[in-house]
Design a protein around this ligand. Sequence first.
Ligand code: AMP
Ligand code: ZN
Ligand code: FE
Ligand code: FE
Length: 289
Amino acid sequence: MKFADLHLHTFYSDGTYSPEELAARASRAGFAAISLTDHDTLEGCPATAEACKTAGIEFIPGTELTAEIDDHEIHLLGYGIDASHTELSRQMAKFQHVRQDRIREMVARLNRLNIPLQAEDVFTLANCRSPGRPHVGRALVAAGFCSGIDEAFERFLKKHRPAWVPKYKMSVSQAIQLIHDAGGLAVLAHPGLSRIDDYLPLLAGGGLDGLECFHSQHSATQTERYQLLARQYHLLITGGSDCHGRSRGKPTLGSVRLPMEFVDLLKDRWELLKGSPERTQSIEVSPPA
Ligand code: AMP
Ligand code: ZN
Ligand code: FE
Ligand code: FE
């Protein structure tokens, strides 16, 4: 049987592998197809595509965007998007800018806690346009302020911890629209971590294409349940490890193996829908009663 991993990061965002290392490891782990889904960027896709070609692996270009629904943060995976789409490039440049400003603000908060880290330390370590909290965590570890990334998140970076800064997020409708306009499919990432099951009917009605049922942090029960929900709402079933490389202890590449039949269904839907722009409906969320 052939398998895929459709959720992976490189050092073009907060992963640690290069595109070449990622493709080589995916090949050694026996994958037939992978997708690169770096946060707010497609920059790593050309090099990963090239390395996958050499390794004889099928490559699907992707990205992971942050959005919100009713104050809940969600992550949307965009598959098969066109990197030359002007509006997408413009929006991604904006999200990257927002990420860089957020790093400066997190560092300022750390400084107020008498931790003399500099934003430049984080940027040098991140060495990418799409830096995030893991880079701040790694900089804290490198400078000896924390013993590990987990401690950095626990003490400073987790939501509502002292150096946490809320992130600008587009609405889920905007994110789905952006992915569709750029010719892609929009998939809700790791629903088991976002805990927004009540919104699934709304999202499906709003044009969401798929649900990431298989994920390294989903339990077997969650994986089963999300597959049932995906079938109920006519959503594609996808999956991936969300491997960030060596950043969090043991590498997770290989921990999720999505049967290729799901990739074939995704490709069929992509072929069918890429010529039809009218598939996003606005999502109206009524305020809580
Ligand atoms: P950001 O996009 O800057 O908000 O950072 C989110 C990223 O941080 C996620 O994609 C994960 O890779 C990582 N992350 C989130 N929570 C934790 C945690 N508790 N420990 C380690 N990494 C985390
Ligand atoms: Zn990440
Ligand atoms: Fe995510
Ligand atoms: Fe991810």
